[in-house]
Ligand binder design. Structure first.
Ligand code: ADP
Ligand code: ZN
Length: 723
């Protein structure tokens, strides 16, 4: 037999299939080690053949076959071909998406436990061997016990002696390392509301492959997803359920666990390597049939998929920022196609692209306009911070928010304070010369962290001591600008001394389950106020939160990105949606320096359609996505010279493309990237706006053509982050 092998090396020059001879212990989809260029490397068997075209003396044998069921299925190979063609990455890089990284490194193995199992009391033991006798008595009653524990209790010698004489045997059993801390008892299915039933019926009845559930926050989308999943299971199929960031939404997983028990497996980066490994195998072997996780779980090893669900489909985390730079929705569509299953997207604030596909009839659009039980959406009040400043209020809180906060606290309910940033304050500015302290490696402002009294770069993690004087002019008047979570917390402490306050941001949530701990404390009402950044905007359901304060709603309006209005609308709607989800009506105070802004007006009225209409007209007039495609070729290098050389080559290549197809180009230019340097590498870009994706393959080719040992070039499509 001959194995067709893709070697696990991420290089375009070895991006082909190699043949090795093998025995019948090799099957399609299994992992092997093969000799390759004087070394032995890992490889994936993508096919088997009886014959080879190569002369037999040129074919080497497979060196090693991993002792495990085949890790890759047929669908993986199809996806591998599609993705590597689409995003121009080596096939090996695509295959890596399908298996957990800890499996590839070989660092994690299955975990085993040694047990001793009772066999017979009918053995000869010396009367003086007290420990042996005691152990035999113990194990004859227990039947089975942990080997290590028995050794501790009776002595290794005694345990081994009894086993050797046939009184007991040693057995090795596989242990499943299951993620802990998520369970929450039994959660019986609810009687569906008419709107939920109608949504499910629409999904079943519509012949379309993609369905968009556009439902206001609290409209019960989750219950619809759960029903879609149970229907898939009833038909003997599996399901994939994607959420933006699983570690931020443990409630979602608890719900799935309570409803589906061990049939649900979780895949996310917060798990230990061993847990992730075991959960992955549970899915692969079919022991678990629902995969839940963030972006990368779209590659879950489930077969025979009945439904793929993408919750909060508008979320930026669904775009991969490393190669292959895939869109999760695009991959999910491919998988839905291979499996003949439905893809369900859900959001209270769908992305403009998705919603326009839905209104054009490409997707099946399902609209839920009301919250469960007709609960009102929280009323949003705008607080004009310019007036507050004029009135001499220099704190982070408007009068309105302060009053609502004290009413909420008096009523024994909870509040969430949301702000758009992190750290004690953004930047440190020299009041004498205006210099902003920047990272030496990244050309971005440093952020001051008061707890460690240091400056940190959020791009490379570098830490700097807080200088006493400005490094530029020696001036001693350094000032922190902006407001961060820490300052908000300390302002809150002085305004409401008896309130219990929790802070959730990048600094307080490190470590495994860091987020989960804070969210649980808040859910269990161990705190009255939760202060946080973007992390608290997403899908949480805290029934006793009746007030949400949005401190700097317009921050994201000022980003130089065509998506800024959309992001702001989404953020306000999502954060506001955390308020008043149970009995009491909720309130939201939205603080802003630009209260007349049209996006805020749509957001305050929960007018998604109005917002969308306005936005789509604007994008049409200015020819931005979905009426065009923004394409950026990034070039990074340690030295300017290398970067500029590659940049020039790519740019001229693009100019040639434009000369041949001028109608495809709306915009083309080359420039420094907004952040000129990250981690010591300079950054340049060719930026273009294209009529369609037709020329993309050629642009991807240009990027690989000019990637050298010194310069690295890659393509981004409609990048989320243009920094
Ligand atoms: P969404 O995901 O649309 O924001 P959720 O699914 O979180 O909304 O539902 C909002 C609230 O309504 C939750 O507390 C949920 O438990 C509750 N809920 C959902 N469906 C039902 C139902 N059919 N009957 C009663 N309560 C429901
Ligand atoms: Zn840096």
């Amino acid at each position: 037999m001959y194995a067709q092998v893709i070697v696990d090396i991420a290089h375009s020059q070895v991006d082909k299939i190699f043949e090795y001879s093998c025995g019948d212990d090799v099957s399609e989809g299994c992992r092997v080690k093969v000799p390759f260029g004087g070394r032995v490397v890992d490889g994936f068997v993508v096919g088997l053949a009886r014959k080879s075209e190569f002369p037999p003396e040129k074919i080497k044998p497979v060196a090693y076959v991993y002792d495990e069921p085949p890790a890759l299925g047929r669908e993986c190979f199809a996806l591998m071909n599609e993705l590597s063609a689409r995003y121009r990455v080596p096939k090996a890089v695509c295959l890596r998406l399908f298996i957990p990284s800890e499996m590839r490194s070989g660092r994690v193995r299955e975990a085993y436990k040694k047990l001793v199992r009772f066999l017979s009391s009918d053995i000869k033991l010396s009367k003086t061997a007290k420990n042996q006798l005691a152990f035999l008595r113990y194990i004859s009653e227990a039947g089975e016990a942990d080997y290590a524990a028995c050794c501790r209790k009776f002595g290794r010698g005694a345990v081994n002696a009894v086993t050797e004489k046939g009184g007991a045997e040693l057995v090795k059993v596989k242990v499943n390392r299951k993620p802990s801390g998520y369970g929450r008892g039994v959660d019986a299915p609810r009687a569906l509301t008419p709107a939920q039933t109608a949504a499910l019926e629409s999904i079943e009845a519509s012949p379309k492959a993609v369905h968009l559930i556009h439902g206001v926050t609290g409209s019960g989308k989750t219950e619809i997803y759960l029903n879609v999943i149970s229907r898939a299971l009833e038909r003997g199929k599996t399901a994939i359920f994607l959420v933006p960031e699983i570690s931020l939404t443990p409630q979602m997983f608890s719900q799935l666990k309570s409803r589906f028990g061990d049939k649900a497996a979780i895949l996310h980066s917060g798990l230990s390597a061993g847990e992730r490994f075991d959960e992955w195998w549970r899915l692969k072997t079919g022991e678990a049939r629902i995969a839940i996780g963030a972006r990368s779980a779209v590659f879950s090893p489930v077969e025979n998929i009945g439904a793929i669900i993408i919750d909060e489909e508008h979320d930026g985390s669904y775009f991969s920022e490393s190669a292959p730079r895939y869109s999760t929705i695009e991959v999910a569509k491919l998988r839905a196609g291979h499996n003949g299953c439905k893809l369900i997207l859900g959001s209270a604030t769908p992305s403009v692209e998705t919603y326009s596909a839905a209104v054009s009839g490409e997707y099946n659009l399902i609209t839920l306009t009301e919250r469960i039980n007709g609960r009102p959406l929280p009323q949003i009040t705008i607080a004009d911070m310019r007036k507050e400043v004029k009135r001499g209020n220099n704190t982070a809180f408007s009068q309105a928010l302060r009053e609502e906060l004290s009413a909420t606290l008096e009523g024994g309910r909870q509040a969430i304070i949301f702000l758009n940033r992190r750290g004690y304050s953004h930047t440190v500015i020299c009041m004498d010369c205006g210099n902003v302290l920047k990272c030496e490696h990244c050309d971005v402002p440093l952020a001051y962290h008061s707890e460690e009294n240091c400056l940190k770069c959020h791009y490379c993690g570098a830490k700097y001591r807080m200088p006493r004087a400005c490094p530029e002019c020696g001036g001693l008047h350094l000032r922190y600008g902006g407001t961060g979570t820490q300052r908000v917390v300390s302002d809150l402490r002085s305004a409401f001394p008896s309130a219990r306050i929790l802070r959730m941001d990048v600094d307080t949530t490190s470590g495994k389950e860091g987020h989960y701990k804070i969210l649980r404390q808040f859910a269990e009402k161990e705190a009255d106020i939760l202060v946080g950044t973007q992390m608290i905007a997403k899908g949480h359901d805290f029934p006793s939160v009746t007030l949400v304060g949005i401190l700097d709603a317009d921050m994201s309006l000022h980003f130089s990105d065509y998506r800024a209005p959309e992001r702001t609308f989404q953020l306000i709607t999502q954060v506001a949606g955390r308020s008043g989800r149970a009995g009491e009506a909720g309130k939201v105070v939205l603080q802003t320096y630009s209260p007349e802004n049209y996006i805020l007006r749509y957001a305050v009225n929960y007018d998604y359609e109005g917002f969308f209409k306005n936005e789509i007209d604007l994008r049409k007039a200015t020819r931005f996505p979905p009426f065009s495609l923004i394409c950026r070729v990034m070039v990074t290098a340690e030295e300017d010279r290398a970067a500029l050389e590659a940049l020039k080559g790519i740019y001229f290549g693009c100019e040639e493309l434009r000369a041949a197809r001028p109608e495809e180009f709306i915009f083309l230019n080359k420039m420094h990237s907004p952040i000129k340097k990250i981690q010591g590498r300079v950054r340049y870009q060719v930026l273009m706006r294209l009529e369609s994706g037709e020329l993309l393959p050629k642009i991807y080719d240009l990027a690989s053509e000019y990637t050298t040992a010194e310069a690295f070039a890659y393509v981004e499509e409609n990048p989320i982050n243009l920094s």
